[in-house]
Design a protein around this ligand. Sequence first.
Ligand code: ZN
Length: 151
Amino acid sequence: MHEASVALALVDVATEALHEHGGARVTALTVRVGAWSSVVPEALMAAFPACAAGTPLQGARLTVVRVPGVGDCPAHGPVELDLTRGLRCPSCGAAVPALVQGDELELDELELGDPELGELALGRQGRPEPDPAGPERTALPDSETPGQEDV
Ligand SMILES: [Zn+2]
């Protein structure tokens, strides 16, 4: 079954990432599945628990993000493709040379069981850091003390 081998591959990739970051287990993962990837999200989600059993991903929550197929029409630029029409622009019918997106099958995010590691965003840079000014701010009550003015 196609989706089972896909699920097994996901478990492998996620386990590798987990070991790289020294985590103990994966509690949740997000996978991006293109509409043109030939992977059926429902079948993947159905196959996943059995493939994750006995691995650090056992019991992990799998979220599938569906990515629509987008092609580059010579006249219209990026257009969302209709699977039933193939690689043709839905507006003008022109042949679209290649998919811009929609054939991907990739692990997007992992949520690790180790609270110190927290959520791990894969392949993304510029993770927001906590504002250093935030926790330092001390909310003092009104510092003006009445009765100390020189008269
Ligand atoms: Zn077009």
